[in-house]
Design a protein around this ligand. Structure first.
Ligand SMILES: [Fe+2]
Length: 357
């Protein structure tokens, strides 16, 4: 896996008007925040290439060379490292050094554990009531995030480093939200960091309501207390804003919106369909899954398998929600492979789930 440390940036003038090069050219696209191949070695730099390059550079993009082609570049372009500003040695920040070490640790982790499948690991974690492997997988990935993107990414990194190291209720929600977001093709570090911070702070508003409200299963709360519980979204959003924690607006939106539902029956604003940020739907869906399973909604614990079977069939169970938008819903119901479960077993699970609810 290449990182920004594997490249050095050059100016277009350093090409010296030449049209072919014995080294590869890469461009950094600011909208994707990624380096990608621009021109292979010994291929001609055409007018189309030049106009695309100018287009990207005018928008804050960068032209770059792989550090392992540094010597080839300097010889071919008859220049020296002293003439290339990005090649002047600089001391890496301790956080950058730590990140490089974490990238190596992730490579070792991946080699040792092999490919990670959220579906099989989630199913095993539910069966054994042990989410250590799921949490660890999320943690080793998050620790490789760049330290220079934004305060929210840096906070996500900090939270992963200091808190995402044990199997507890909140870390299960954070890790599964992160991994489910990736299953929904959300791969941008900004967005994933919003998910991480949003799921850590999603229920901070409950600190502003009476303790009994958080401790009583939602379905057993009188109507007045239910509406007080629902205020945790607005209270959390307000608390974060007042605290002046430097979180992205999208992350604050997750805190505010994680109970909005695609059909318009959520809260606090009864938003509908695409008015709801998909990241809010991810955190909302995963939180709901763990809340339902742990008894925070009905007062009775239920297996994830039975919840997912009920969600997939859209069966009515008191307090069970599944209106998370099609993309997130499809990801949630495939967290456990229910196809292999026999019809009879599904019926039993459904009957037991209904009794428990
Ligand atoms: Fe909530």
């Amino acid at each position: 896996m290449k990182t920004e440390y594997d490249y050095f940036v050059i100016d277009i003038e350093h090409l010296k008007g030449k049209k072919t090069f014995p080294f590869q050219l890469f461009i950094f696209n600011p909208s994707h925040k990624k380096f990608s191949m621009f021109l292979n070695g010994n291929r001609p730099l055409t007018k189309e290439h030049e106009s695309f390059l100018n287009y990207i550079l005018e928008r804050g993009g960068k032209l770059a060379i792989l550090k392992n082609q540094r010597k080839t570049f300097l010889v071919a372009q008859e220049t020296t490292a002293a003439e290339i500003p990005s090649l002047k040695e600089r001391e890496l920040h301790p956080l950058e050094k730590e990140r490089l070490m974490n990238i190596k640790l992730k490579e070792m982790h991946d080699e040792k554990t092999g490919a990670f499948s959220l579906q099989s690991e989630f199913e095993l974690a539910c069966q054994t009531d042990n989410f250590e492997k799921v949490i660890e997988n999320a943690r080793v990935e998050i620790l490789t995030f760049s330290v220079t993107i934004s305060p929210t990414v840096s906070l996500a990194l900090h939270l992963a480093k200091t808190h995402l190291d044990k199997d507890n209720y909140l870390n299960r929600i954070v890790a599964v939200s992160y991994l489910l977001a990736k299953n929904c093709n959300i791969v941008d570090q900004d967005a994933l960091s919003d998910i991480i911070c949003g799921s850590y702070f999603g229920h901070i508003g409950l600190t502003q309501t009476p303790l009994t409200i958080a401790r009583t299963p939602y379905n057993q709360l009188p109507e007045k207390e239910k509406s007080l519980f629902q205020k945790h979204t607005i209270l959390g959003h307000h608390l974060i804003k007042k605290s002046q924690i430097n979180l992205s607006e999208r992350c604050k939106k997750i805190i505010l919106e994680h109970h909005e539902r695609a059909g318009g029956n959520g809260y606090p604003a009864m938003k509908y369909g695409e008015q709801i940020e998909i990241l809010s739907q991810v955190v909302g869906a995963v939180s709901h899954l763990f809340e339902y399973s742990s008894g925070k909604i009905t007062g009775g614990k239920q297996s994830m398998k039975s919840i997912i079977i009920a969600m997939k069939a859209k069966s009515y169970l008191p307090g069970l929600e599944y209106d998370f938008g099609e993309k997130v819903f499809q990801s949630i119901i495939t967290l456990i492979n229910t196809d292999k479960i026999e019809t009879k077993e599904k019926e039993n699970i459904n009957t037991e789930a209904k009794k428990a609810a």
